[in-house]
Design a protein around this ligand. Structure first.
Ligand SMILES: NC(=O)c1ccc[n+]([C@@H]2O[C@H](COP(=O)([O-])OP(=O)(O)OC[C@H]3O[C@@H](n4cnc5c(N)ncnc54)[C@H](O)[C@@H]3O)[C@@H](O)[C@H]2O)c1
Ligand SMILES: [Zn+2]
Length: 281
């Protein structure tokens, strides 16, 4: 371990990760290179208002709108492949520097890249859950049922939005038929945490246990605007756990970061992983 921290941020990050016991906290920015849009890229304000949990559970129209848009938008998530940053993180775990990943993403790309210890804080779009009986099923199964119920549904000119959402014409939404739980006829919801919904307590507890095992926290591709992610930076600060942040544009954790790189993830992580993953144990 160097006696003084290197001045150059890239060197400082390499030293930070090399010291080991690093917990990664990732956000939408790590998946933009896989073609999945984020919410607040380039320092923009929220450019699209996501549906809240309250709207989803209280309004049949809101659910029709959600599933019609998701019917189109989910295809892009389902086809997305992990990018170099997901692979670098998996390599750093394999090399023993990273102990695990807490992700705010719902796209499943960390696991697809080979990361073994992944806590999906906000769930995963690849599953559905019944709000009546709790039955959990694959989203692919629902996709087939939605296709069968809406054979007229075509490939619209769409704009893809975050979280497997896409904008489609209103008249298409109105004619869309939603399907219910096969077990109890209840309302189906994607198995993800909506805005306005709490992360299940046991999941939060498991995430804090991971932080308790870590000696360093590395934030990758998150504006930290959402409290459920930012709270780990707050907790790290309180526990004296140093924080490094790699993100293009400002984040809410910048004042707490011992190392801060304002730049692209692929460009930053690739040389780092090549160097550390190739280094002898
Ligand atoms: N892929 C997904 O699963 C996905 C996508 C969008 C939103 N979400 C959800 O929305 C919420 C949004 O919060 P968030 O903080 O994760 O996202 P965010 O959109 O608030 O922040 C993403 C940050 O990443 C930066 N960024 C984008 N591409 C980058 C790159 N290649 N290199 C470096 N930085 C890059 C952006 O400038 C932005 O500051 C989360 O709760 C998450 O569940 C998930
Ligand atoms: Zn049910």
């Amino acid at each position: 371990m160097p006696a003084t921290r290197p001045d150059h941020p890239t060197e400082a990050l390499a030293a930070f990760v090399e010291e080991g016991s690093v917990l990664a906290l990732t956000g939408a920015g790590i998946s933009t290179d896989s073609g999945i849009p984020d919410y607040r890229g380039d320092g923009r304000r929220l450019r699209h208002t996501p549906m809240t949990y309250q709207e989803f559970v209280s309004s049949e129209h809101a659910r029709r709108r959600y599933w019609a848009r998701s019917h189109v938008g989910w295809r892009r998530i389902a086809c997305a492949q992990p990018n170099v940053s997901h692979h670098c993180l998996a390599a750093l775990e394999e090399a023993g520097s990273v102990i695990g990943v807490i992700t705010q993403n719902v796209d499943g790309l960390h696991t697809a890249a080979g990361s073994r210890r992944v806590l999906e804080l906000h769930g995963n779009l690849a599953r559905t859950v019944c709000l009546g009986c709790g039955d959990v099923r694959s989203r692919l199964e629902l996709q087939h049922r939605l296709e069968a119920a809406n054979p007229w549904f075509g490939d619209w000119q769409v704009t893809y939005a975050p979280d497997g959402d896409a904008s489609i014409p209103d008249e298409v939404v109105d004619g869309f038929e939603v399907v219910d739980c096969l077990e109890c006829g209840g309302v189906l919801k994607p198995d993800v945490v909506f805005f306005g919904e709490n992360v299940p307590k046991d999941r939060v507890d498991a995430a804090f246990r991971m932080l308790g095992e870590a000696k360093r926290l590395l934030v990758l591709g998150s504006s930290l605007t959402v409290m459920s992610g930012y709270r780990f930076v707050v907790a790290a600060r309180k526990a004296g756990i140093p924080v490094a942040i790699v993100n293009r544009g400002p984040t809410r954790g910048d004042a707490d970061a011992a190392v801060r790189i304002d730049g692209g993830l692929a460009e930053t992580l690739e040389p780092l992983a090549r160097r550390l993953a190739a280094a002898p144990a």
